[in-house]
Design a protein around this ligand. Structure first.
Ligand code: SF4
Ligand code: SF4
Length: 329
């Protein structure tokens, strides 16, 4: 995978909970491979330097990385099959597995405040993942802890910089049995599909202090963030002070274009944001949609969601969930 252009790769058990329950035509899925090979494709530090994260290059940056991942997984899966083992590429275009649990299990990162996003120590949140599931015998990697839960509890930069306040300023909650910072996914999705001055959005990725490239300065910062817990708050403040997350116009190499009614045109506007250093960091209301109110896995028709009701859901705190578990024992 490295030879073909992957930036980071790992292997893990393809645990049953990592498989979707149904195909999009409603047919049930039974897990069919024992292992997963997981890879990350960097979306490109230099390009992100020149972007706001929610301008016209954003969607193309994501899709280029997804496409590269699809190509590499297709080649690797075909190669494994020539060795006599079953293998299937699981990509953004067509996947029977959820990528996030596998990225975590393969030791490629930790869940971050951004929510349903794993952050890797070397490329930060700036990657797309792709997977090959297989029965090829593999030695599995293990999940990693590089202090990100503590770093994210001391840093709210992604929440501050999100253009639609979709990332929680509050504490972690229990959601569908998982301890996490739960974002307002509906608000994020709505912004990404209706963004009038850009294509999609990845501003949380762009502005995160872990969005760096492996230069000497980054290595020192990363070492301190991993080994010196007391330095994490200071590192986050320093990141703002030196202007990380701002746009570097020298790196804006592309031409902004939009497709309107089938025609490629110059866009009417382009997001070019500076850092929102003065924004108040107050916990906001998040709409929670637990599994019980989501569309049934074999639903074929559209399924409206009740945002008003979702805003009133009060999820359990991780401390309360822990106490409940101890009591039950
Ligand atoms: S992708 Fe954009 S809208 Fe969604 S959480 Fe990140 S910054 Fe916010
Ligand atoms: S910006 Fe800060 S809080 Fe958000 S994911 Fe990055 S380190 Fe965590």
């Amino acid at each position: 995978m490295y030879y073909l252009g992957t930036d980071l790769a790992g292997a893990c058990e393809a645990k049953p909970y990592a498989w979707y329950s149904h195909q999009d035509d409603g047919a049930p899925i039974a897990p069919y491979h024992r292992s997963a090979v997981v890879m990350l494709v960097d979306q490109g530090f230099e390009t992100m330097e020149g972007a706001s994260g929610d301008d016209w290059i954003s969607g193309a940056q994501s899709m280029r990385a997804y496409m590269r991942g699809g190509e590499i997984c297709g080649i690797v899966a075909a190669f494994i099959r020539t060795l006599g083992w079953p293998a299937r590429s699981q990509t953004n275009a067509d996947s029977d597995v959820l990528q996030l649990p596998l990225v975590l299990l393969a030791g490629l990162g930790e869940l971050s405040r951004i929510g349903e996003l794993v952050l890797n120590p070397y490329v930060g949140p700036r990657f797309k993942s792709a997977v090959v599931t297989t029965d090829l015998p593999l030695q599995w990697d293990r999940p990693i802890d590089f202090g990100l839960q503590d770093s994210c509890s001391k840093c709210m930069k992604c929440a501050r910089e999100c253009p639609c306040s979709a990332i929680s300023f509050g504490d972690k909650v229990m959601f569908n049995g998982y301890e996490m910072w739960k974002p307002d996914v509906e608000r994020c999705a709505r912004y990404r599909v209706t963004n009038p001055h850009g294509s999609a959005c990845g501003r949380c990725m762009k502005t995160c202090p872990y969005n760096h490239e492996g230069l000497l300065a980054h290595r020192a910062f990363l070492w301190a963030a991993i080994h010196l817990p007391w330095a994490r708050r200071w590192i986050v403040q320093l990141d703002d002070r030196i202007g990380n997350g701002s746009i570097n116009p020298a790196k804006t190499w592309w031409t902004d274009l939009e497709i309107v009614e089938g025609k490629v045109v110059a866009p009417r506007g382009t997001n070019r944001r500076g850092l929102a250093l003065d924004k108040a960091l107050k916990p906001q209301k998040i709409a929670y949609y637990p599994a019980a109110v989501m569309p049934p896995p074999d639903a074929k028709q559209s399924f409206p969601v009740d945002r008003k009701a979702a805003l009133t859901v009060a999820p359990e705190s991780p401390a309360a969930a822990r106490a409940r578990k101890i009591e039950r024992r």
